[in-house]
Design a protein around this ligand. Structure first.
Ligand SMILES: [Zn+2]
Length: 468
């Protein structure tokens, strides 16, 4: 489908900035554009040692299977869930762009007015909030790119070593929760699914690649569901990047974005029709990580000159830029100077951010939230460094203030009530819902609460099986 193209290609060059611990996050396009990564590797092979494993998989990547796992007898009777995310699928896209199949399927089940992303409304933090029930400051993926002071390293979705290293990821993702209880899981992509989180991968998973055709992905899901009961996954994640790619490149209302939404709509139709032939009671949850908004590309903001990079590590972003103090004495005077310089952006000390962000130094479990945040005022964005192109669609703003940031939630299948419309809710509440549906108990603390979404399930749950 729509390639991430220029945007991702250009973003690759920013990886070089890691050497000077200054980085930007302008291209948060879904994950990685495989094709362009290969070109980059050819160009910069010596600089991209950590990425070379990505190049080895020329051709389509093979499914990875963790050997020796079986569903326990108890788990074999549990329901099935396919959790689908369409990256950047704004809460109003289905109506606006005529996703008739999705509207028809979800009208038979549950539709939310919107799903509210966690702050910041970026891809990695939100996909990971959905599967952990934690706000980003609690699970550790505080943005697509962020600095980890303990490791003295910047995390990037383009760094294979980091992406596959479970020690970067906090919380207990749903597939880990399932596997810990001898319930098998499978992933046709999800943030974190390629890492050994708590030592566990999903039983079936893939290294991210946009080269695998949709028909093959759908057939793989069907094949999983046709496996003998002992080997059949009950939780399947599925990810579609097309709406985000097109929304960035052409804007949320562009005909190309409509085409991407139509492609997703047809893919879901094909998936559900093919899965129906298995005869299994499969439940679907269709969500997105965030929305998309048209930004002011004519008057981009420059990074204020008052930032002294000898005192701060700067992780630049299109909507949010984060300063990590090398010398804490510099925080107050720099903050004061930035407040003076505000013109199209707002400056925050991380101990004074809005409470509903849950993004502050007090809740920062990993030290990755930083000391000072610069948030562009919608529809402004910070200008890209180097000569990179400004694209018309962006996300990352406060989803409570910029409604375009809000995401989608639809659910249908035998476990869900029919023709139910619910109001907006925060994405951290999905975790206890899915855990309850699969009857997977857990003891660890999360931010999501079962009572928020329990009402969408048909059967009242006996007790609170999701949480003791
Ligand atoms: Zn994006």
């Amino acid at each position: 489908m729509e390639p991430a193209g220029e945007v991702d290609l250009m973003a690759g060059s920013t990886i070089l900035h890691q050497h000077e611990l200054r980085m930007n996050a302008f291209s948060d396009q879904a994950y990685i554009c495989y094709m362009y990564m290969k070109i980059l590797i050819l160009l910069f092979v010596s600089s991209f040692i950590s990425l070379t494993s990505f190049a080895q998989g020329a051709g389509t990547p093979q499914q990875k299977v963790v050997a020796g796992r079986k569903n326990s007898a108890k788990q074999q009777d549990k329901p099935y869930i396919i959790l689908i995310s369409a990256d950047g699928f704004r809460h109003d896209y289905a109506e606006m762009h005529g996703a008739d199949n999705l509207l028809r399927l979800s009208k038979q089940g549950v539709q939310a007015a919107s799903m509210i992303p966690s702050f910041p409304s970026k891809t990695f933090p939100n996909h990971y909030s959905i599967v952990t029930g934690l706000y980003p400051a609690h699970h550790g993926l505080v943005s697509n790119h962020f600095y980890d002071p303990e490791r003295a390293e910047i995390y990037s979705p383009r760094n294979r070593r980091q992406v596959e290293d479970g020690s970067w990821y906090g919380g207990v993702p749903l597939w880990v929760l399932a596997e810990q209880q001898q319930m098998l899981s499978a992933s046709f992509y999800w943030v974190g699914s390629e890492a050994d989180i708590n030592g566990l991968h999903p039983t079936y998973y893939y290294r991210y690649s946009e080269e695998i055709p949709m028909e093959e992905r759908i057939q793989t899901v069907v094949n999983w569901l046709n496996l003998p009961e002992g080997s059949r996954p009950h939780l399947i994640t599925f990810y579609l990047p097309e709406a985000d790619h097109a929304g960035h490149r052409y804007g949320p209302e562009a005909p190309q974005t409509r085409q991407a939404v139509q492609f997703i709509d047809q893919s879901i139709q094909q998936l559900t029709a093919a899965v129906a032939e298995t005869g299994l009671p499969v439940n679907y949850i269709f969500v997105s990580d965030h929305g998309m908004t048209a930004v002011d590309t004519a008057h981009t903001l420059s990074l204020p000159a008052v930032i002294d990079t000898s005192n701060f590590i700067v992780v630049e972003g299109d909507v949010m830029t984060t300063l990590y103090a090398k010398d804490t004495a510099a925080v107050r005077p720099t903050y004061a100077a930035l407040k003076e310089a505000e013109n199209g952006f707002t400056t925050y000390l991380t101990n004074q951010t809005p409470a509903h962000w849950h993004y502050n130094s007090k809740e920062d479990s990993t030290g990755r939230v930083g000391d000072i945040l610069l948030l562009a005022d919608w529809p402004s964005i910070f200008s890209p460094p180097d000569a990179r192109r400004v694209v018309p669609g962006r996300h990352g703003y406060d989803p409570r203030i910029v409604e375009d940031m809000q995401a989608t939630f639809y659910a249908w299948g035998p476990a869900f009530k029919e023709q139910l419309q619910i109001s907006s809710f925060e994405n951290v509440h999905l975790y206890p819902l899915i855990a309850a549906l699969l009857e997977l108990p857990y003891q660890h603390k999360i931010d999501g609460r079962l009572e928020v979404l329990e009402k969408v399930l048909k059967k009242p749950l006996s007790g609170k099986k999701g949480k003791k």
